[in-house]
Design a protein around this ligand. Structure first.
Ligand SMILES: [Zn+2]
Length: 405
């Protein structure tokens, strides 16, 4: 007797090489069994999901959800969980001085599983060039206190899973603080034995200088950004140094964002055999209403670019689960794992997808979540706006939606 059976869906879990018609049984917070079609089993609730895909809850490896404190921050449950991202990694919204508040007021009270990368700048992303207080987090190197960052990580190892540094000249005293900040972030990551995630759009450093500081397991986010310090040359050829680092274990992460994803570079790189290892949204206040909207829309862009469905799903399930060292618990449909599950339909039609340079392409199909479960509990699905034309008319998302039930 199970609590729930999702009956006759297309079970898709690339980490298990699973892609077949079957039913999924849940007991309590965990996945209990994968049942062959036609198997007789009893459950308190049975949901017919024939014609739909049943996938592990998605893992978004780059979001900004320090709502009300970081100027980028959005409420995590209505924007991530309610669109299928049951686990997210906040990429440096908080630093050593602000992480305790992020933990207390976001991580500990939301329904989404939230983990964090600690910003090497102790304030994290409080003001920014988007506000009238145009003060980047690396304008003053005194914020990059390695001892303090190390102490905060040691005290919060259950939630802080790496270090983040944003390298853009306009965030770092015209570029002069970029290399020192990178070296301090490197030092902290080494001291605690965790990966380093680096943002490079508009860095004054050369990509070669940056890559020299990165190790296997580190993450280069915004990998298709189209600004200075990118992974391709002027002819869109992937640089040999990038290729070499990727072969050695550097992870390329999409981190779509508001200014960091171009169809042109993504298409050219994938064609040259350099695909991102993880697909993430970089969802925040300035792209939630377009062009990002959510993680699923970013996945849809890779489907549109010709990536196979299984390969798209791998990049938001088993691979990010491995990056977080949680592959037995999340990002999988394996019996015993948390019952974080997304049930999706594939819709045919014409869907406009826009990159961060304003290039719009029309996709012929898209994934759309229908049912979402987090640790066996169903949560509500919030709808997606039709296009970025909705920017000024879409209502502000409620901060406390009734997600359960
Ligand atoms: Zn970001």
């Amino acid at each position: 007797m199970y609590d729930l059976i999702l009956e006759n869906g297309n079970l898709l879990d690339p980490g298990l090489n699973l892609h077949k018609k079957a039913s999924l049984a849940v007991t309590g917070q965990r996945i209990a069994a994968i049942l062959e079609p036609g198997a007789t089993a009893q459950a308190t609730r049975t949901l017919d999901v024939s014609g739909l895909y049943v996938m592990p809850g998605f893992i978004d490896l780059h979001v900004h959800v320090f709502s009300g404190v970081s100027h980028y921050g959005i409420d995590v449950d209505p924007t991530c969980l309610a669109r299928g991202a049951t686990t997210v990694l906040d990429a440096g919204s908080s630093g050593a001085l602000t992480f305790p508040g992020f933990r207390k007021y976001v991580i500990d009270v939301c329904q989404t599983r939230v983990y964090a990368l600690l910003n090497i700048s102790a304030m994290g992303l409080i003001p920014g060039q988007e506000t009238s207080i145009a003060l980047g987090e690396l304008e003053d190197l005194r914020y990059c206190d390695t001892a303090l960052a190390t102490r905060i990580i040691e005290a919060n190892r259950d939630r802080i899973l790496g270090v983040k540094v944003r390298l853009s000249h306009f965030l770092a005293a015209g570029g002069k603080n970029e290399l020192p900040a990178l070296l301090r972030a490197r030092e902290v990551a080494d001291a605690v034995g965790l990966p380093l995630m680096v943002h490079s759009p508009c860095s004054s450093l050369s990509i070669q200088r940056l890559l020299a500081e990165l190790r296997p397991g580190d993450i280069l986010t915004h990998c298709f950004h189209g600004h200075a310090c990118g992974i391709v040359d002027a002819d869109l050829a992937v640089l040999p140094a990038v290729r070499k680092k990727v072969e050695e274990g550097l992870l390329l992460d999409v981190g779509h964002g508001r200014g960091s994803f171009t169809f042109e570079i993504a298409r050219a790189s994938v064609k040259q055999g350099v695909a991102p290892q993880t697909i993430s949204s970089d969802l925040h206040r300035y792209n939630l209403h377009g062009p990002v909207f959510d993680l699923v829309s970013t996945m849809n862009k890779f489907l549109h670019l010709g990536m196979e469905l299984d390969e798209v799903v791998r990049r938001v399930t088993s691979t990010p689960a491995r990056v977080l060292h949680m592959e037995n618990d999340i990002g999988t449909l394996r019996p015993g794992a948390f019952a974080d599950i997304v049930v999706l339909g594939i819709e045919d039609g014409e869907f406009r997808l826009t990159d961060t340079f304003g290039v719009t392409e029309t996709a012929r199909r898209r994934l759309e979540p229908r049912f979402i479960f987090r640790a066996g509990q169903q949560v509500g699905v919030l709808p997606l706006p039709v296009s970025s034309d909705d920017y000024f008319s879409r209502p502000i998302l409620p901060s406390q939606p009734a997600l359960v039930g």
